[in-house]
Design a protein around this ligand. Structure first.
Ligand SMILES: Cc1cc2nc3c(=O)[nH]c(=O)nc-3n(C[C@H](O)[C@H](O)[C@H](O)COP(=O)(O)OP(=O)(O)OC[C@H]3O[C@@H](n4cnc5c(N)ncnc54)[C@H](O)[C@@H]3O)c2cc1C
Length: 430
């Protein structure tokens, strides 16, 4: 994924993909200097999204001397652009995880994946992060058979893992959403939504306070042994932690083959007078289509809507129009509502939709959260920090998840993956 030109914090936005509501409403942040010269650290973290920031903060809390390199501004990538939906768990249902890995491993995966909710909440309260956190997530069934399957999963989670959520019958959906014609859903009060960029800014501020040296506009050009080469200098670090998600391939060719970028687009409407009618419980909502629609209200009552995805990198000529048609399918009354912001980003998706964590000598990495990264990345950063300090147990639960590169190498991975994804998208329409 090429890095588009970054806009400096507060400057006029020059990247059409980054004209986000989040950037326009970001909390104050002092741009950090670029990396210059030669310095030694215990740990060098590459990438300043949720994963890298959480890693750096957790390492500093363990007393390590940490440098964080971000190619652009903090949370320039997916972490500063996502839907802000806090969805407990991974892309696989717990029934699938249980069937594939057996109960003991499933329990360990559950403890981490669902425990990730608490870690984000704890970070927000511990550091007083002002990020519009709201409770409540609803998964809405696009087809009746999706609702039947959701109920089976909710029952299984409650019975086997003690994770209780609420089954919302079709006639009860009006409590959460007026629109969409959904066939029921599952409401999870422990899920929710937040302003992702402001969460990242909060983590970055906490990291600075904990002693992390953050370098912005400092793309790492290569790593070699215990050296990290930036444009204007090099750092030496005992451990190198890669958290560059979609850009991992620039640093390690092999790792780049484990994900493909799926472009995803979001809009924010003008503030809505009838926001509370559309989404009375203020929950975040994601539907069960393969190419899902996901939406929620912002703190100032805009509808933030994500819908439609593209398997080629070129953005639609009019992002707002591209997403609007999906929004209007759910909320026809918004056909003429002004759209104030439209933006996009790449979701790094692995072959099996499970995150890919691991270690190569002194290099540790975490990427490929496959559209489910808003919660799990904070935990993943903490697992990386545990791993560099020699505690592998929890890290290994994720590192042992099966993952393999896309077949066909870097050249053919994308077209092949695209064909597969188009097939699933087509099934929604059948
Ligand atoms: C449009 C969109 C909507 C999404 N919606 C949701 C959602 O609602 N809920 C959810 O759970 N997940 C969602 N996701 C996924 C989620 O945002 C990601 O899983 C998560 O943010 C990944 O965080 P990260 O820190 O690993 O990667 P990123 O946030 O992408 O961070 C990687 C960072 O590395 C930097 N970098 C790259 N190369 C270098 C280099 N050579 N040197 C230094 N720095 C480098 C980049 O600039 C970037 O800032 C969405 C993603 C997108 C794109």
């Amino acid at each position: 994924v090429p890095l588009p030109i970054a806009s400096r914090w507060g400057d006029k936005v020059t990247d059409p993909l980054n004209n986000s509501y989040y950037r326009a409403t970001a909390n104050a942040w002092d741009t950090q200097p670029s990396f210059v010269g030669e310095r030694d650290y215990d740990v060098a973290v590459i990438g300043g999204g949720f994963t890298g920031l959480s890693t750096a903060l957790a390492c500093a809390e363990k007393g390590l001397k940490v440098a964080l390199f971000e190619a652009q501004s903090i949370s320039f990538g997916a972490s500063g652009r996502n839907g802000g939906q806090l969805i407990p768990g991974l892309r696989w249902s717990m029934r699938e995880i249980d069937a594939e890995f057996g109960r003991e491993r499933a329990q360990a995966i559950f403890d981490l994946a669902y425990g990730a909710v608490r870690r984000v909440n704890d970070r927000i309260s511990q550091h007083g992060i002002d990020c519009d956190l709201k409770p409540g997530h609803l998964e809405a069934a696009y087809k009746p058979e999706h609702f039947a399957d959701m109920q089976r999963e909710a029952d299984f989670l409650a019975r086997e893992f003690g994770w209780n959520s609420e089954i919302v019958q079709p006639q009860g959906m009006g409590r959460h959403i007026n629109g969409g014609g959904y066939h029921g859903g599952i409401y999870d009060s422990r899920g929710g939504h937040f302003h992702p960029l402001n969460y990242a800014v909060g983590l970055a501020q906490a990291a600075l306070k904990a002693g992390v040296e953050i370098f912005e506009y400092s793309p790492v050009q290569r790593i070699d042994g215990d050296r990290v080469f930036a444009e204007q200098g090099k750092a030496k670090a005992q451990s190198i932690l890669l958290a560059a998600d979609n850009w991992m391939g620039d640093l390690d060719r092999e790792l780049g083959g484990y994900t493909v970028p799926i472009m995803n687009y979001n809009i924010a409407t003008a503030p809505l007078a009838n926001a509370d009618e559309l989404l009375p419980s203020d929950a975040a909502i994601a539907d069960s289509r393969f190419v899902l629609n996901y939406f929620r209200l912002s703190a100032d009552k805009r509808l933030i809507f994500g819908g439609g995805e593209k398997y080629v990198q070129t953005p639609p000529t009019d992002i707002a129009a591209f997403v609007r048609k999906h929004m209007v399918e759910v909320f026809p009354s918004l056909a003429d509502t002004p759209i104030d912001y439209a933006w996009g980003g790449a979701v790094a998706v692995t072959m099996n939709r499970l995150p890919h964590l691991g270690r190569k000598g002194n290099v540790f990495f975490a990427h490929g959260f496959s559209g489910h990264g808003a919660l799990v990345t904070t935990l993943a950063g903490e697992l990386l920090a545990e791993a560099v300090t020699g505690t592998m147990e929890r890290f290994d639960v994720f590192a042992h998840l099966p993952n393999r590169p896309f077949p066909g190498g870097r050249l053919f991975a994308r077209p092949l993956a695209t064909l597969g994804l188009l097939w699933y998208a087509l099934r929604d329409r059948l």
